[in-house]
Design a protein around this ligand. Sequence first.
Ligand SMILES: [Zn+2]
Length: 435
Amino acid sequence: MSLKMINIQKYLFFALLMLFSTFSFAQKKENFVIVIDAGHGGKDIGARGVADYEKNITLDVSLKLGALIEKNNPDVKVVYTRKTDVFLELWERTRISNNNKANLFVSVHCNSAANKAAYGTETFVMGLNRSNETDEVSKRENSVIFLEKDREIYEKFNPNDPEAVIAFEIMNAAYKEQSIRFADLVEKNFVNFQKRHSRGVKQANFHVLRGNASPSVLVEIGFISNQDEGTYLASDEGKKSTAETLYQAFLTYKKEYDRRNGVVAEEDKPKVEKKVEKPLEGKKLKVKVLTSRIKYSPSSPQLKGLTDLEVVQDGDDYIYYYGDTDMRSRADELLAVAKRKGFSNSQIVEFDLNKRLEGGKNYRIQFMTSNKRYRDKDDKYNGLVNVLRVKEGSIHKYYFGADKTLQQAQKTLEQVQSKGFKNAFVVTFNGEVPM
Ligand SMILES: [Zn+2]
């Protein structure tokens, strides 16, 4: 290729580049700025969850939320207070927000409580209402100040000084209604979109919200001190779903903002499609976590804290299943939980509920083993009748029911469990002989 040709190509390339950049610049009319603040970071780990630190979960959720907005809302400028695991003082977060003339400030946090049973989401707006409960949260979220250099900055505001309170209330009032509106949308979406438990919209004195010249909320996306919620929020699926929930709230809020500001709504704007997943018909998905010659008790350390495992005897082996669902997405979540617990070879198994066993094969429920031989209709059976007794060595095993399909066997199992035999499980038989 001659030098001249290269130059022409180069020229054309730059000319096109200029054209496209002018074009995209002209199209990019940003009329709204959202500041997304991933709580904590760096040396400030936030709360210590069952599966991960707060700072890591808040960062991932914030980045996912921002990515959704960047992808679908070209008229919105997304500003992150942090995009990596760095320490940031609270006033810096506020400064970033004000410098960018934010229209909305969203601070993402995770809750934590000494009571491991506590769970659910809550969204805070700035307020001086005092209650012991919200005090706990604000104390924790404000505590980072003790890691910061310029502590005096925060001491300017004294909630016991009536003048300071009045000055604050005047500034805060301008944004309060909109802050509450967004907080309300967030909590409603947690319930409607994600089926989470909402603890509601609350007011508290947060340093990270106080200096903002914009509607501002602090979202506690759940309790990472809670085994289930903490595991869920640390999972990819949990973070993704939480980000989508916040995004849905943002979309509604932005639409209302546009309407107030006379922006014509573009109904055909791309949105995140809500996946409408249909349950599988006549099928169940379970996660097979373990196959063992040993039947472990539910509290056994070999089960690594996974609860409600279903045990099915298959020949000499016991197969341990976790969960039971007819939704693919739920099965994926269950698989992720099992793997995180350390069952790295776990796999999803599909069960055809209505498939009938061939020939004389059937499912029975083993509910008791004993070295004693009980009579028919013994009180020990808690009312179960037609019990089959199988002798193995010196042990008698007691079985109830004889079903051809797994669906029926599941129902029988529930019936047996309701009689007090919580550890009962399904065994496949050929006639009256365990297989
Ligand atoms: Zn926090």
